[in-house]
Design a protein around this ligand. Structure first.
Ligand code: NAI
Length: 445
């Protein structure tokens, strides 16, 4: 579905017209190429507050990745990283202010701001923990100031022992892959398996399941994972078999036509995977449906059917896979929630319940899985341009797009890239994280 407003705002005539009328002018976001391996580009200015712990490490690994790290701003424009982990008092917060006050003009269109701080558990004193929490409000506010330029601001919080895990999230937040992830925080904890792999094609030869892979976000996930080297087992309903098979063939993956709510689907899926590999790298629970109705008019069937697709089958498939050791030592489980599961949405009590429960799955399953070397993370997409959102009435659709700091809807690839990061072997210290992929939508913020 094309966004005519965005196209017009970026046309030669539209630019002048929109400026004259004082209308918001969202920019076309820089994105990674779904067919090319990862690259990091642009200059990065790194600053740090006194007593901070990670700036040198970040500088070191970015330089090793051939990113141009600069110490002071010249004529050029790029990204900004500030290690604020040392800030322990209200007075010291001035260091954060000074860095961004002086350098925010350095930020390029679609540039990245990354602030690094500490989880409360990793702080030295109550005052230190109190002040570190302030970084969340700072990042969310700054994201609102820079979003109109396509730029984003995100926060990386480091747990005790998490320093071994910061490279993957910093690289991702700096990359074009995080285009629609805005005002979010990731937590880096001690890795559950060794952090290793090829940064350009992190999933080389690894096998992953994507449910609902025939179209929309699921297909974009399959494309991104294939780009990153994976062999994808795409699952979708039998009615979508033709679409699914041709897409999986194009991507060098495997197609499994299966209604995940059917009797015994979880065992069938598990046995299908076990017949292909002794080590499944991950499962992305993407298949989902809406059955919108005001609760007073919603039939029991509309409630139950949705709950089985969005939640019941996810739990059964996890249980079947976790009965075996298929995912042990490096496996990834990904839930696809929704901002409706965070903010709630009129007419979506069933959907809101199911998507909130997927967030619950991430929260409750992450810790027990860590002991087996498995991570569990989730995404909560906001307004994404797919067939699902094309069905929304015109005015509501326009509002959905504009009510975010980036002033536009996301694309399926934006959700897929965040998932690609979560399932990369290098993200072994990212567990129990939920990221909204919504361009900082006002809903539920
Ligand atoms: P879509 O409707 O375009 O694709 C969903 C896919 O899941 C379809 O191919 C469908 O056949 C498959 N599917 C449905 N029931 C199934 C079943 N019982 N067994 C196997 N496959 C089944 O939807 P879209 O937009 O790509 O959404 C993907 C996920 O993202 C869903 O979980 C959705 O709730 C979530 N989401 C989407 C947002 C959006 O703006 N499009 C926003 C927030 C969340």
């Amino acid at each position: 579905m094309s966004d005519t407003y965005l196209e017009l705002a970026n046309s030669a005539v539209g630019k002048k017209l929109f400026a004259a009328m004082g209308l918001p002018e969202p920019v076309v976001l820089d994105r990674e190429d779904a067919a090319q391996p990862h690259v990091l580009s642009g200059e990065v200015l790194i600053g740090s507050a006194e007593g901070s712990r990670f700036a040198d490490q970040i500088k070191h690994f970015l330089q090793a990745a051939e990113v141009q790290v600069i110490d002071s701003v010249g004529g050029q424009r790029g990204h900004l990283i500030f290690d604020a982990s040392g800030i322990a008092s209200a007075e010291q917060s001035t260091e954060l202010y000074e860095f961004f006050h002086q350098n925010i003009k350095f930020l390029k269109p679609c540039g990245r701001v990354i602030v690094v701080g500490l989880k409360a558990s990793a702080t030295d004193t109550i005052d230190h923990g109190t002040v570190q929490r302030g970084l969340q409000g700072f990042v969310k506010s700054l994201a609102k100031e820079i979003g109109r330029n396509g730029a984003t601001a995100n926060l990386l919080l480091v747990e005790k022992g998490g320093e071994a895990s910061i490279e993957a999230p910093v690289r991702f937040m700096l990359s074009a892959g995080s285009a629609f992830m805005n005002a979010q925080q990731l937590t880096a904890a001690s890795p559950v398996t060794p952090v290793e792999g090829d940064w350009r094609r992190p999933l080389m030869g690894k096998m992953l399941v994507v449910t609902g892979a025939a179209r929309g976000i699921g297909l974009a996930i399959a494309e991104v994972l294939s780009r990153d080297g994976a062999i994808v087992i795409g699952v979708d309903i039998p009615q979508a078999e033709e679409e699914l098979t041709s897409n999986m063939r194009r991507l060098g993956g495997l197609a499994l036509a299966l209604d995940i709510t059917s009797d015994g689907a979880e065992t069938l899926l598990r046995d299908f995977c076990a017949a292909q590999t002794s080590s499944l790298h991950g499962i992305i629970h993407n298949a989902g449906i809406t059955r919108d109705k005001m609760l007073s008019r919603m039939s029991e069937q509309q409630w139950n059917m949705l709950m089985q697709v969005n939640l019941g089958s996810v739990q059964r498939i996890n249980a079947a896979l976790l009965e075996t050791d298929l995912l042990d030592n490096g496996g990834k489980i990904i839930g696809v929630a929704s901002i409706s599961g965070i903010a709630g949405n009129r007419g979506q009590t069933n959907y809101g319940f199911s998507k909130s429960a997927i967030i619950g799955m991430v929260e409750t399953l992450a810790e027990p899985c860590a002991a087996r070397g498995i991570t569990v993370n989730g995404v909560a997409p906001g307004f994404i341009e797919t067939q699902m959102t094309a069905a929304i009435p015109f005015v509501t659709r326009q509002m959905g797009r504009r009510l975010s700091s980036l002033g536009q809807g996301g694309l399926p690839i934006d959700v897929a890239e965040v998932i690609g990061f979560f399932v990369s072997p290098q993200a072994a210290g990212i567990n129990g994280n939920l990221v909204r992929v919504c361009g900082q939508s006002l809903l539920g913020a």
